[in-house]
Design a protein around this ligand. Structure first.
Ligand code: ZN
Length: 446
């Protein structure tokens, strides 16, 4: 007998009328600020400097009386008081987990500690997302990802245990082995970065495996890169896998995800608003922008006990639209198009703004493309932007028409800016499992 499930992980809270949701947020915000004030020396100093005290939070708008928290402050605090700074509300001995950011940018990694209760919450946030995207206890979930010191996807693994899904981790496998396992096991859900979901699809093709026919995957859950909400990337993943592709996004500073796509997929993920307040602000002025306008996400998170996160500047670019845009009945507002990029991602080339995500969205419209890379250089005083393209092995003949068309499409989308389009031989460009780094800015720094 087929079982009928609620579409919501937390039916009552996810469908609360907005005014009741706001009242719940206020109660949680007051408790959070009080806790940060009395238990985190880092926050106490920050608030004393700004003349902000917990009793001043009487309405949700009062959140704006509190100072921002930045990654720079956090890192400086850790450097001053190694290893963890004095931001945590509990001593390290009370923690059960220690994670680090990937540190790929050459900066000191950010170090985070969590307790048992925190991990239960971290898994629960993933449950909102997995359940909301239609994943159920009967599913078999394959993680095409290597869990390690980086927090990514760990929470999703525990979420699957909570849901009762059969789960297989694959940190020790090559891409070919993963593809084989997914088919052999009959996995119905695959979790990966969008880049890696594409790469597994390409590898399957080369192995002569048609994932649509040979596999049983009905959902691909992606995370870790903004590309999961680029329509062309989503379509490519869905074409390769024969299942729906759902985006999620989180960050080490939060420890879990704060947005997820529901099954209706109205063009962007929902914010989990009973656990997060997501402000969208003008990155320069710090003033809120209205619905439908781009701005920087600033997050306040209620659930992590060890690490109070209040008005944290994420540098993620987003565009918030009302929850009513989606027909699923959830009260969480949406980020149209997901995470649109980073505030500091923008490159200025000969007076024109270029966002790597926008370039990717255009490049991915060409199905013949297997991999690409953006390289920015400076010759004398003039900046040059080059897009290196690697075509699928059996699509080399397409180059003659594709190169000029891609150049034209990119120029049209960038006020006529000339992009150099270069063909790279198969296998030359770097491949990624975790966060793809497809942009190289080789201009001298002054
Ligand atoms: Zn929805």
């Amino acid at each position: 007998m087929a079982q009928t499930w609620s579409p919501y992980w937390n039916p009552k809270i996810e469908t609360l009328p907005k005014d009741q949701l706001r009242a719940l947020q206020l109660k949680r915000l007051q408790a959070l600020v009080q806790r940060a004030w009395s238990e985190s020396p880092f926050h106490r100093r920050l608030y004393e400097r700004a003349g902000a005290t917990p009793d001043r939070i009487r309405t949700l708008d009062d959140l704006r009386r509190l100072p921002f928290m930045t990654r720079e402050d956090w890192m400086a605090n850790q450097a001053e008081k190694p290893l963890f700074g004095d931001l945590c509300t509990r001593p390290p001995a009370d923690a059960i987990r220690y994670h680090l950011t990937s540190g790929t940018s050459g900066r000191q990694p950010l170090r985070v500690l969590d307790g048992r209760k925190d991990w239960s919450w971290i898994a629960d946030m993933w449950c909102y997302g997995f359940w909301g995207f239609g994943i159920r206890p009967v599913d078999t979930v394959f993680f095409a990802f290597s869990y390690g010191s980086f927090i990514g996807f760990w929470g999703a693994h525990y979420c699957c245990e909570k849901l009762g899904c059969l789960t297989l981790a694959s940190g020790n496998m090559t891409t070919e082995q993963r593809v084989k396992q997914i088919v052999e096991l009959g996995a119905t859900v695959v979790c990966a970065t969008p880049t890696y979901a594409l790469r597994m699809g390409q590898t399957a093709e080369k192995m002569g495996i048609d994932l649509r026919k040979d596999g049983k995957v009905r959902k691909v859950v992606v995370s870790g890169e903004p590309a999961g909400s680029i329509p062309a990337v989503k379509r490519m993943i869905e074409d390769m896998w024969g299942g729906r592709c759902g985006d999620t996004a989180g960050m080490t500073e939060i420890g879990t995800i704060m947005i997820f796509e529901c099954e209706k997929q109205p063009g962007g993920p929902h914010i989990i608003e009973d656990h997060f307040i997501e402000e969208v602000l003008d990155p320069d002025s710090g003033e809120p922008v209205p619905y439908g306008e781009r701005g920087e996400r600033v997050v306040t998170s209620f659930g992590r006990g060890f690490i109070p996160l209040i008005r944290y500047r994420t540098k993620d670019l987003v565009c918030k639209v009302p929850h009513t845009r989606c027909s699923c009945g959830r009260n969480g507002d949406l980020y149209e198009g997901g995470i649109l990029g980073r505030v500091d991602d923008m490159k200025l080339i000969r007076g024109t703004n270029v966002y790597p995500r926008a370039v990717e969205a255009i490049v991915r419209e060409f199905k013949e493309v297997e991999e690409f890379q953006i390289v920015i250089t400076r010759a004398d005083v003039q900046d040059e932007i080059t897009v290196k393209i690697e075509l699928k092995t059996d699509q080399q003949h397409a180059w003659g028409a594709l190169g000029p068309r891609l150049g034209k499409d990119l120029a049209d989308a960038h006020e006529g800016l000339r992009f150099n389009i270069v063909l790279s031989p198969p296998g030359e460009l770097p491949r990624f499992e975790l966060k793809a780094k497809r942009l190289q800015d080789l201009r001298p720094t002054m």
